[in-house]
Design a binder for this molecule. Structure first.
Ligand code: NAP
Length: 290
């Protein structure tokens, strides 16, 4: 094993401590306690775990955490009413609606309803549009976490070839936008299931980011020596263990640096949700970013 391990869990602990200190200062100086509301529809076990993690993390950071659990047969109108109420709720600075929703519900109108000043999950198309034109806005939590990992590791992306595999609205596409903004200045290739000769495309990467959802898709022959590999994928193996999109052991022999799964991008995703909620609480009161 030669690659440097980029420890997202340790970084998350460090960043969360800073966020908790900032929350404490906001409360002391301005009497403001940031509030995060998570809406969960139904009983999907993975979603319950994710919402539980976000709840514990926001409470640990000194925030108000409100969990709203709606029954599986909630109507579209009922869900949208809950979001409208949260938009008006002064105690709440950030709203997230946990995905996936049950099949009978359409997430898009719900995301469009979340008021942009509380859109801490950054899934409202208005937020995505502001990002695309380079205006200040909330950054989608998983891509934001990836940027933090790269920054903390001292990886220079300006001018570098970054290959992202996966073009979802949740991860790949917003990450491609963030990396190509002026100031970040990466040259990005956004690959997907129709990409021809994915292995050859990946071998061009200085930084290779996998956000696909296929266990072990990225193998050592797809990675050039010296590449920084970021694994966003979270897949359950047959044994129930969490594995990434990258064949970790063999790729770690070739790469310069690599994130593990678990303990890489995942903890940073929750952390950046806290960061966004803190920023929302400050911005909603006209306070500058810290
Ligand atoms: P998604 O919406 O299913 O998108 C998957 C993307 O991968 C699509 O663009 C798809 O291409 C592409 N793809 C699928 N098979 C491929 C193949 N064989 N070769 C090349 N590209 C392929 O998934 P997502 O929501 O972005 O999530 C991706 C992974 O990240 C999942 O494992 C998810 O659990 C994980 N995730 C982790 C975190 C975290 O915090 N760690 C957060 C979010 C997501 P097409 O567009 O052509 O279909």
């Amino acid at each position: 094993m030669t690659a440097r391990v980029l420890d997202g869990k340790a970084l998350a602990t460090e960043v969360r401590a800073r966020i908790a200190a900032d929350v404490a200062a906001l409360t002391d100086e301005h009497g403001v306690v940031p509030g995060l509301a998570a809406v969960l529809v139904g009983e999907d076990p993975a979603s319950q775990v994710y919402v539980g993690m976000k709840h514990r993390a926001s409470e640990a950071a000194g925030m108000v955490s409100r969990q709203i659990v709606l029954p599986d047969d909630t109507a579209q109108e009922g869900l949208e009413r809950v979001v409208r109420d949260l938009n008006e709720d002064e105690e709440i600075d950030g709203i997230l609606v946990q995905l996936p929703l049950p099949d009978h519900l359409d997430p898009r109108p719900v995301q469009e309803l979340i008021t942009p000043d509380k859109d801490v999950d950054a899934l409202n198309p208005y937020t995505a549009g502001r990002l695309a034109v380079g205006d200040p806005t909330f950054l989608s939590c998983t891509p934001y976490g990836v940027l933090e990992i790269l920054d903390h590791a001292g990886v220079e992306v300006a001018g570098a070839n970054v290959v992202i595999v996966g073009r979802s609205n949740l991860v790949g596409r917003p990450l491609s936008v963030m990396l190509t903004l002026k100031g970040r200045d990466a040259t990005v290739t956004l690959a997907h299931s129709r990409t021809r000769d994915l292995a050859a495309v990946c071998r061009q990467a200085d930084v290779l980011i996998a956000a696909v959802g296929v266990a072990g898709l990225v193998t050592a022959d797809m990675v050039s020596p010296g590449t920084v590999v970021i694994d966003v994928g979270t897949n359950r193996g047959d044994d129930g263990k969490l594995v990434g999109d990258v064949a970790y052991d063999e790729v770690a022999e070739v790469a310069d640096a690599i994130t593990p799964v678990p303990g890489g991008v995942g903890p940073m995703t929750v952390t950046m949700l806290l960061q966004n909620t803190l920023e929302a609480a400050r911005a909603r009161r006209g306070l500058p970013r810290r």
